[in-house]
Design a binder for this molecule. Structure first.
Ligand code: ZN
Ligand code: ZN
Length: 281
C-alpha cells in the first residue's frame, strides 16, 4: 500500500486503474477539525463514494468536486454523519443536472432510509394526481446479492470494476449484543482486499473471521479514544492480535487526535487514516 497526499485540486475521480481509497473526511460525527468519515473508492474510470454526511457536500466543494460529479454511492447506516448530505445529492440530481445518481442498497435498508430519514425533505417536492415522489424517482438502484456461506450476513455488488461486499456490523443500539440484534449498519470489503468497517462497536469476531477468509491487506477501522457508547474504543482495539493491528488504520476519530498519536503507534496500529490522502493498493 502506498499513501500519498492530494497535491492538486480538483480531486480526479479517475486514475490509471489502481485501486484507490481516498478519505474525504476522517473525523467523528461531531468533529470540527476534520470532515466526517466518508470516503471515495476510485479505480480506472470507476468510482463510488461511501457515505455522505452532513458536511460531505462542503468537503467535496473544498476538493473542487461538485456533488453531482459523484455518480455512485453506498450508504452504511442512518446516522447523519453518513446520510446528512443525501438530500442535496437527490435534489441536485433531480432538479439541476436532471440525472439520477446510483446507489448500492438492499431492500431492507432502502425502506428504512427512505421512510425514517429521507422522504420528509424529498417526497413532497412534487405531486401528480395524489402521487408523491419515491426513492426510485431519486436514485437508480444497484441491488446487492445476498451471499451464502459467509461468517455473517453479507451482500455483494459491483460498481463497474469495483467489487463491494457489505457485511453487517454491531453499531447501535449500545445494548445490542450481536450484529443480528443491531439496527441496520454495514461495513465494506473492497475487491476482497481492503476492509472499511464504517461505524462499529468492538467486534473482534468480525475482524478475525473476515481476515481468515480474505487475508485483508488493510483495515480502516472505526475508533474513539474512550470506551463506551456505540463505537470501538482504542483500549478495546488494543487487545486485538498484533497481526491485525499492524494492518489497521484508525478513522472516525475525535478532534483530540494529535494528543493520541504516540498511543496509536505504541499500541501497534499502522496509524490514523489521513484526510485528503490517497491509499493505493
Ligand atoms: Zn459515524
Ligand atoms: Zn454511526
Amino acid at each position: 500500500m502506498i499513501c500519498r497526499k492530494l497535491k492538486k485540486k480538483p480531486l480526479s475521480l479517475t486514475n490509471d486503474g489502481t485501486l484507490c481509497v481516498f478519505f474525504v473526511g476522517v473525523g467523528s460525527a461531531f468533529s470540527k477539525t476534520n470532515y466526517q468519515t466518508n470516503l471515495l473508492i476510485i479505480k480506472g474510470d470507476d468510482h463510488v463514494m461511501i457515505d455522505c454526511g452532513t458536511r460531505a457536500p462542503q468537503a467535496l466543494f473544498k476538493l473542487g468536486v461538485p456533488v453531482t460529479a459523484v455518480r455512485h454511492w453506498l450508504i452504511t447506516h442512518s446516522h447523519a454523519d453518513h446520510i446528512g448530505g443525501l438530500e442535496e445529492i437527490m435534489l441536485m440530481g433531480r432538479y439541476v443536472v436532471r440525472k439520477k445518481p446510483t446507489i448500492v442498497i438492499n431492500q431492507a435498508f432502502q425502506n428504512l432510509l427512505w421512510d425514517m430519514s429521507l422522504r420528509g425533505g424529498s417526497a413532497y417536492n412534487e405531486e401528480r394526481a395524489g402521487n408523491i415522489l419515491t426513492f426510485t424517482d431519486m436514485w437508480d438502484v444497484i441491488r446487492p446479492q445476498w451471499l451464502q456461506g459467509y461468517p455473517r450476513e453479507t451482500h455483494e455488488a459491483n460498481v463497474g470494476s469495483i467489487n463491494l461486499k457489505l457485511f453487517r456490523t454491531m453499531h447501535i443500539p449500545e445494548q445490542s449484543d450481536s450484529w443480528q440484534s443491531s439496527f441496520w449498519s454495514c461495513g465494506v470489503i473492497i475487491d476482497d482486499r481492503v476492509m472499511f468497517t464504517s461505524d462499529t462497536r468492538y467486534d473482534p469476531e468480525l475482524l478475525v473471521t473476515f481476515n481468515e477468509k480474505f487475508h485483508i491487506e488493510m483495515i480502516f477501522h472505526d475508533c474513539q479514544f474512550f470506551t463506551g457508547g456505540v463505537h470501538a474504543g482504542i483500549d478495546e482495539l488494543a487487545q486485538l492480535p498484533q497481526e491485525l493491528k499492524r494492518k489497521m488504520l484508525l478513522t472516525h476519530y475525535g478532534d483530540n487526535w494529535q494528543e493520541k498519536l504516540d498511543r496509536v503507534t505504541s499500541d501497534g496500529f499502522a496509524g490514523l487514516a489521513k484526510q485528503w490522502h490517497y491509499y493505493f493498493f
